[in-house]
Design a protein around this ligand. Sequence first.
Ligand SMILES: Cc1cc2nc3c(=O)[nH]c(=O)nc-3n(C[C@H](O)[C@H](O)[C@H](O)COP(=O)(O)O)c2cc1C
Length: 311
Amino acid sequence: MDNNFESRIQNLVKSSLIPINIPNQFNLKYFNSAFSKLKGRESQLYDIAELFHENTKIRKYLAPEFIMSASLFDEDYIIESISRMERKIPTFANIPLPRSKLIKKPFSHAIRKRRSIREYEASKPLELNELSTLLYHSYGISAEMRTNFNQNIISKNLLTIPSGGGLYPLELYVGIVNGNNIDNGLYHYNYLKHHLDKILVKDFPNCLFSCFPIHPNGINMDTIGAVFIIVGIFLRSKMKYGSRSYRYVLQESGHLAQNLCVTATALNLGSIPIAAFFDDDVNKILNIDGVEEAAVYTVFTGHQKKNQGKT
Ligand SMILES: Cc1cc2nc3c(=O)[nH]c(=O)nc-3n(C[C@H](O)[C@H](O)[C@H](O)COP(=O)(O)O)c2cc1C
């Protein structure tokens, strides 16, 4: 493994794999100064990612072993119990959600119009029915599959996102900053019942705001409607796929986030995925340990300011 991060990036620039239309000389100067800031993190961060990727490749000679151990989890009753697993969290209120809206906007419109929005309209709160539609479309139950197992009918929930082995390792939380017909606060989405569990958290929304290095993102968090937080419960997927499951958890969080962004666009709302957050702080407010369960991705949403949509 070549550990020379800097020269590898320089080669990438030279070979035009990073196509920046400015003189090469400048590129190298720019990258050199960026690398000097990264010094010390290089071996810890970059190499861990590379080692992880290498070590979680499915190689042909290992495939039979991988398939055999994974197939143990194809039993219907295991999938059923996992897909019906309810996330139990300490909550002091259950908030039923209205039925999700059937969105009639053309699908191509939502795909093409989605943009990361950084300016929001503080005077327009997120409505409860908008919240319900966002939650359902991004991580709701969209089908039930029934099979016969030892003369028992087994039914399994299928959600709006694809999931490796149907194991659904993700949980969805939402912090309401500016809502209508719903109190501001932190909630967990119970997709089995389509309701919200309210989580007790001190000093909301400041505790949520301080989880983000917000100024670099250029977003005024006071103006947004809500922050969705996607959490991975790693063992749910790991018990079948081993360390490779970490890839699946992140891939699935991308599916979920995309559903959120596209649904937001279809509802004429703005959204932006934000991966830059202080992990420990987010995990702390969610009361999760950051090891077995951890926040992996967030999405902000709200009513966007008129006449903007540029990234
Ligand atoms: C994985 C991921 C992480 C991101 N994290 C941030 C972030 O922390 N801050 C931010 O301002 N934008 C973030 N974005 C938004 C990107 O800047 C934006 O998607 C990109 O500029 C392309 O613009 P578009 O989304 O309007 O197509 C993120 C996007 C992705 C996919």
